[in-house]
Design a protein around this ligand. Structure first.
Ligand SMILES: Nc1ncnc2c1ncn2[C@@H]1O[C@H](COP(=O)(O)OP(=O)(O)OP(=O)(O)O)[C@@H](O)[C@H]1O
Length: 850
């Protein structure tokens, strides 16, 4: 409980919860306020249900908070009440009494300041069981950090203070129905966690019918965050009934964590809009903003995969505000699994994660944008410049009604925050490993996440860069967010506030201050610790659970949820942009990347020309001769087919696998799978089709053909068939890319697929009427393309001995040609559908509705 002091008019009284205080002009009052408009007994101040309450005692001139006359109000640190006068006169201020800090206590994380983070949903608004308060703890001072943060905006750390999130504040549980009417503008104490929250804005609802909420300045309540739409929601008041209505926002409007279009609101409900939480407080609508200082708690997280293998085994620990948590452990000990569970990307099968007391899994759709994750692999298109990459990322992450200048301003802000202004025009591929990691972090910071997770950000970096990255993370935590970093490097662990050591089997071997870890584990070297983890005779998790660090750093700081986790219907997170907007962004980014990659561009232009020239090596000559006059016609068509297949497939075969980490991350922040796939089909498809046409024209230049093929000029028909074949081969290439685990495995698959095309296209082997072979060939694009080409040139006539009896798919009639082309197109559609299915397999579990 925060101890309060009331001050003003020369009076300073430290309040004792066991007493009731009379405030007024009467010299016998407990708090004497000698101002003109103050009544003799003006108000009463008492501690009730875990909160300090001021109640007007029938004063003549009234009691005011934030300009509103109140009858009863909850007060806390920062609250100013006016006795008899809203502005001057009898203003009294409340502040927290100085905490007492015992000098002997060990390291802890920085303190919580009274911040505007979202309050907890009241118990009855939540399907979860209420939380139990832990016993109060004394505040151990933290030793000063040995390193300074590199961030310009990072404030100096505050040693000697303890965190005071739900796990630190010794909260008092309050039944929601006992909550008094909150005073507008007051710092209020929320029922479930007992945290003090300072409103960012208060709107008096007296006489109001509609309160408009959004990013645009013309709204009644303006939320200046790019995640919020310009016109986001309206609070409509009719006959004392309050309704929140979403007016077409992208990121959605939430009531107690559930997305709503329209919902009736009561004072216990929490309305979530971007980083802000709104609540009806008396006759006001009060806004609290999540500024990043939130607590994260893992409760009993267990992840089991098929076959019963346990990847995470009852993992429980709290992380305080502004805390930098380091996670280490041997390979395969479940660190990445833990990160996925904490970020909600792959929710644990058992247990819950609380985000400032809220069930992260249940409220994931609302809270997702407050979580940043920097995966191990870079999530950047390396051909782009730093600023350009961030601008595209901002387009994908912010609602489509954000303006370009707003996004650019946010990008510049983040570049400055991470000291990247001098690198902003550099190609990402030209940056050092540490700088690239900074850009990845900058990308995640665009949306101002309160929680930032990083998976091995220092892997592959030299010791200097390792330290610089860790210092950057220290600064980010000090700047007002919780940062968790999985690392293999043990060189800079002392920079962390807390260290989590994972033992094989996904168990906790240690959680606490880094300095105490090695002494606790009984070694002087981390290598020896990891080697000792191999000893099957020792149960590290059980030893830690019985230890005093467990009591001190986990048991005492944790608010345990009572009862089992309720099965929850998780909502898919919203998409920030419309589908066409996403497609447009992806297409522009893709094109810019291609244009910037000169080598790829050169190969793309040269490849069809070289292949076409190779086709000319075959002496085709005259394709208008009498029957049996040109035995090389089939060879020419074969080269065209294989050229088309190779061009298309080679273009696409690495396309998805190489940027899979980017896709996975962007998918987790709302990218549409179909928009992503369509951007590939569109850009790569156009390039491939153009290549197919160039290939055909170069191969057929000056070759004599009849004036008419099946229905028009033979060259046109041939180009159409080769272009469609190239496109279909490209979808096959995309399929290989979607299936492959690494870029390296795509090449053997490309060779295999090309050989299959060669054997089953029908030029080398007569397929018609051969059971099994013929049916298998129907699945091969080159079979249909070659048939269409053969139909155009009437190859059956030119070289009847090649196809004896004649292959019906080769006949020179319009119906057959259309059939050949249609099946080719259908194969492309089937492949594209399969690519979409395969892409889904690589997506975060939460995006698959799991
Ligand atoms: N889907 C899965 N099915 C079966 N086993 C899995 C699955 N995912 C991960 N594992 C196994 O679970 C264990 C933990 O994996 P995880 O990637 O979390 O470990 P890690 O500590 O991050 O390892 P590293 O340090 O090597 O990245 C490993 O043994 C891994 O092989």
């Amino acid at each position: 409980m925060t101890q309060l002091v009331i001050e003003g008019h020369g009076v300073s009284v430290t309040l004792d919860p066991g007493r009731t205080y009379r405030m007024g002009r009467d010299p016998g009052s407990d708090v004497v306020v000698t101002a003109d408009r103050v009544s003799r007994t003006h108000a009463v101040l008492r501690f009730e249900g875990g909160q300090w309450i001021v109640e007007d005692a029938g004063s003549r001139n009234g009691t005011y908070v934030s300009g509103h006359r109140i009858q009863r109000v909850v007060v806390g640190p920062g609250t100013r009440i006016g006795l008899g006068d809203p502005s001057e006169g009898g203003i009294m201020t409340f502040r927290a009494a100085q905490p007492q800090t015992p000098p002997q206590a060990p390291v802890t994380t920085p303190r919580r300041t009274p911040v505007a983070t979202p309050p907890q949903a009241p118990p009855q608004a939540s399907p979860q069981a209420p939380l139990q308060a832990p016993p109060p703890r004394s505040a151990p001072p933290r030793s000063a950090p040995p390193h300074s943060a590199p961030l310009r905006s990072a404030p100096p750390r505050e040693p000697g203070r303890r965190p005071s999130g739900p796990g630190y504040a010794a909260p008092q549980q309050q039944p929601a129905q006992a909550s008094p009417a909150y005073g507008g503008g007051a710092t209020v104490r929320f029922p479930r966690t007992g945290q003090w929250r300072e409103p960012a804005a208060v709107r008096n609802l007296t006489g109001a019918q509609v309160v408009r909420i959004g990013r645009a300045p013309e709204n009644d309540m303006v939320v200046t965050d790019l995640r919020v739409s310009r016109r986001h929601a309206e609070l409509r008041i009719t006959g004392g009934v309050h309704e929140i209505v979403d007016v077409g926002s992208r990121m959605g409007t939430y009531v107690n964590g559930r997305r709503v279009q329209q919902a009736r609101i009561s004072p216990n409900d929490l309305i979530g809009i971007g980083p802000s939480t709104f609540q009806l407080v008396g006759d006001t609508l009060t806004e609290y903003v999540d500024t990043g200082e939130v607590c994260l708690q893992a409760h009993d997280l267990t992840v089991t995969v098929e076959g019963g293998k346990v990847l995470l085994d009852h993992v429980t620990f709290p992380v305080g505000e502004k805390c930098l948590l380091g996670v280490i452990g041997p390979s395969g000990s479940g660190k990445s699994t833990l990160l996925r569970a904490l970020t909600g990307l792959r929710p644990a099968d058992q247990g819950i994660v609380t985000y400032d007391g809220r069930d992260l899994y249940r409220d994931y759709a609302e809270l997702r944008s407050r979580i940043g994750l920097v995966p191990q692999d870079d999530i950047l298109h390396s051909q782009l410049t730093v600023r350009r990459a961030l601008i595209y990322a901002a387009e994908l992450r912010f609602p489509d009604d954000t303006r370009q200048h707003e996004r650019k301003a946010r990008v510049d802000e983040v570049l400055q925050q991470l000291g990247l202004e001098n690198r902003k025009d550099n190609r990402i591929s030209s940056l050092s490993g540490g700088q690239r990691k900074r850009v990845s972090v900058a990308l995640e910071l665009l949306t101002k996440p309160s929680l930032l997770f990083l998976d091995e950000p220092t892997s592959g970096l030299d010791p200097g860069l390792d330290k610089s990255v860790m210092q950057m993370l220290r600064g980010l935590a000090d700047d007002g967010r919780t940062v968790a970093v999985v690392t293999h490097s043990v060189a800079n662990l002392d920079i962390c506030d807390r260290l989590l050591v994972m033992a094989p089997g996904g168990k906790i071997a240690y959680f606490g201050p880094p300095a105490e870890a090695l002494p606790f584990l009984g070694f002087t070297d981390w290598a020896d610790v990891f080697l000792a983890f191999d000893d099957p005779a020792r149960d590290w998790a059980a030893e830690y659970a019985r230890s005093s660090p467990y009591q001190e750093y986990i048991a005492a700081d944790l608010i345990k949820p009572v009862g089992m986790r309720q099965p929850v219907q998780r909502e898919l997170p919203p998409k920030q942009q419309s589908w066409p907007e996403q497609l447009s962004t992806l297409v522009r980014r893709y094109c810019r990347g291609i244009v910037a990659d000169r080598l790829f561009l050169g190969i793309t232009v040269a490849l069809p020309i070289v292949m076409g020239l190779l086709a000319r090596v075959v002496p085709t000559g005259n394709l208008m001769g009498p029957p049996n006059s040109n035995g090389n016609a089939a060879n020419l068509l074969l080269i065209l087919c294989i050229g088309g297949c190779l061009t298309g497939a080679a273009n696409a075969v690495r396309e998805l696998v190489k940027e899979r980490p980017i896709y996975q991350r962007e998918r987790a922040v709302g990218l549409s799978r179909s928009a992503y796939l369509c951007s590939k089909l569109l850009v790569l498809g156009l390039i491939t089709v153009a290549q197919g046409i160039v290939l055909t024209y170069v191969a057929m230049l000056n070759v004599k053909t009849y004036d008419k093929g099946v229905f028009t000029a033979p060259l046109t028909e041939l180009s159409l068939a080769v272009a469609l074949l190239s496109f279909t081969a490209m979808t096959v290439g995309l399929l290989i890319s979607a299936v492959a685990k690494t870029s390296e495995t795509t090449m053997p698959l490309l060779v295999l697929v090309t050989l299959i095309q060669l054997v089953f296209c029908g030029a080398l082997v007569h397929l018609d009427g051969k059971p099994v072979m013929e049916q298998l060939s129907w699945l091969v694009p080159a079979r249909w393309a070659l048939a269409a080409l053969a139909g155009t040139l009437d190859v059956g006539q030119l070289i009847p001995h090649v196809q004896d009896p004649p292959d019906p798919l080769w006949s020179q009639d319009f119906g057959t040609w259309i059939l050949d082309m249609s099946v080719l197109a259908a194969l492309a559609v089937v492949c594209a559908f399969l690519v979409a299915r395969m892409l889904r397999r690589h997506e975060p579990a939460v995006m698959r509705g799991k």
